[in-house]
Design a protein around this ligand. Structure first.
Ligand SMILES: [Zn+2]
Length: 207
């Protein structure tokens, strides 16, 4: 996916990092192919957002041991991201600041939550912070990123999808591409991390 335009960061923007957790990286229990490659891209975005003092949100799967999405419970996935486990942790290579807002989802045994908005209060949290537009990336394109972006748009937020900061599970080949097409169809703008520019809003403007 090629990028279109520079995206100038401004007040009202938030960076939303979806489920970049050890279990979704190579070596984890539910690895997303090349999942680790989102980290350098996201770190660049984190740097820009920190420089402009804009909020950073990180969602995480935070499942009980008997979560309904696990194969042991009849679900589709191997055990992953059990709350408090190393697999549920954020990788140390991700430069998450301690000021980041952490959103835990899928915390109830009987409820699956691909979306960071699903029973987390995230929409309300973002509105309270004055957020209007989400710049987002993470794992995986065809599940939690897709559902998070769908809900963000439903909730009335603008979305910039960082196409170099996402990777797909691809249970069926092409799932990732189809997910990106669907997010664009619903109104998401695509950009790469290189398209992000720091706040012109901070520079004095004359004339
Ligand atoms: Zn999960």
């Amino acid at each position: 996916m090629s990028s279109q335009h520079a995206v100038t960061l401004r007040p009202g923007d938030a960076l939303v990092i979806v489920d970049v957790q050890n279990d979704f990286l190579p070596g984890g229990s539910l690895p997303v192919p090349e999942g680790d490659l989102v980290i350098p891209a996201l770190n660049k975005a984190i740097f820009l957002f920190r420089e402009d003092s804009l909020p950073i949100v990180a969602s995480r799967d935070w499942h009980p041991e008997n979560h309904c999405s696990f194969q042991s419970q009849g679900g589709p996935w191997p055990v992953h991201c059990v709350a408090g486990s190393e697999g549920a942790g954020f990788p140390p290579t991700l430069d998450l600041p301690c000021s980041a807002v952490i959103v835990s989802k899928g915390t109830e045994p009987g409820h699956e939550a691909y979306s960071a908005f699903d029973q987390t209060g995230l929409a309300e949290t973002l509105r309270k912070m004055g957020v209007k537009r989400l710049v987002t990336g993470g794992l995986a394109t065809d599940y939690c990123v897709l559902h998070t972006v769908q809900d963000a748009l439903k909730e009335g937020f603008q979305v910039v999808l960082l196409t170099d900061a996402i990777r797909a599970v691809e249970v069926s080949p092409g799932d990732g591409e189809r997910a990106v097409a669907e997010m664009v169809r619903l109104g998401a703008q695509t950009a790469t991390v290189e398209d992000l520019k720091r706040g012109a809003a901070r520079l004095p403007r004359h004339g």
